[in-house]
Design a protein around this ligand. Structure first.
Ligand SMILES: Cc1ncc(C[n+]2csc(CCOP(=O)(O)OP(=O)(O)O)c2C)c(N)n1
Length: 284
């Protein structure tokens, strides 16, 4: 599809400067470059500002309940494992309401790509703390400062069994685009934690803050070393926010483990109605 063909009748309504705009652009550039279209790709999103992305990309998509994007994405992949499946999720959505799904989708190594629009708060509901909000940060729901420690999504993903774990900054659009492509090409559960400023409600995690404090993991970093990746995932501070691929591992995906879909996707099988007919009768 071309950029033109990916357009929908809607104009993005994110705030000027919102990181979602860059994620949207990077994702569309990746789609054009890789030939993602309605025959080979499906998108899912949770609820939040991030979820609006589905309205602005003309690809088959499903917006589910808050926090439930990952079970839907996993279901789509299991029904048709030929598809590229992307889940656009928010930090509140995925790490809070959907935390349980995050752990188990990673553990089972579903072959899906999770794009975590991480603005470290609940943006759509106007700026409350999320599980990604750092301790002490003043938000609408914690005017005296957040009394909780945040979760570290990358460490959480690695500990849960994710096989591709990366972090990007939304302002570096080309790097983000390449990472999205790489994550999709990876066989297994891929997470990209995308640092995404919320220019309206987050006065701490700003573009300037990320530009001054992020750095890219170098060639001397070994992303296959799980222990090192786990330690790295906890590094977050002044001049110390790593970007890039923290961890990758080749491991059979959940979909590869199912004999029912090993040869052909579930949707290509003729439905077997005998037995079901009696069941349907019972309930009609
Ligand atoms: C079960 C449920 N709880 C709460 C809400 C209200 N709600 C809608 S969006 C949202 C916050 C979304 O924040 P996040 O997932 O971080 O996404 P963002 O808006 O920051 O992109 C909440 C709490 C809801 N829709 N459903």
């Amino acid at each position: 599809m071309t950029q033109e063909e990916l357009k929908t009748p809607f104009t993005p309504n994110w705030c000027p400067g919102c990181g979602n705009l860059n994620i949207w652009a990077a994702f569309k550039n990746a789609a054009v470059q890789e030939g993602w279209d309605n025959t080979n790709t499906a998108l899912v999103a949770g609820i939040g500002c991030h979820g609006h992305i589905l309205n602005f990309v003309k690809l088959t998509s499903f917006e589910g309940l808050h926090g439930r994007a990952l079970p839907v994405a996993s279901g789509i992949k299991m029904a048709n494992n030929r598809l590229n499946v992307f889940a656009h999720v928010g930090d509140g959505d995925c790490l809070g309401e959907g935390g349980n799904h995050f752990v188990h989708s990673a553990r089972r190594n579903h072959d899906i790509t999770v794009l975590l629009h991480d603005n470290t708060l609940y943006a759509l509901t106007t700026g409350q703390t999320s599980p990604a909000t750092e301790r002490g940060m003043k938000t609408k729901s914690t005017p005296a400062g957040n009394p909780d420690d945040p979760v570290y999504p990358l460490a959480w993903a690695i500990a849960s069994g994710a096989t591709f774990v990366a972090r990007a900054y939304s302002g570096h659009m080309d790097k983000l685009m390449n990472l999205i492509i790489e994550a999709n090409n990876h066989k297994g559960f891929a997470l990209i934690d995308i640092l995404q400023p919320c220019v309206t409600f987050n006065k701490v995690c700003t573009h300037a803050m990320y530009q001054q404090n992020t750095y890219y993991l170098g060639d001397d970093y070994d992303p296959t070393n799980k222990k090192e990746a786990f330690m790295k995932a906890y590094e977050f501070g002044e001049k110390k926010i790593p970007l890039g691929i923290f961890y990758r591992e080749e491991k059979p995906t959940l979909e590869e483990g199912y004999v029912q879909i090993a040869e052909k996707p579930l949707i290509d099988n003729e439905p077997k109605l005998e037995g079901l007919t009696d069941l349907f009768k019972k309930y009609t």
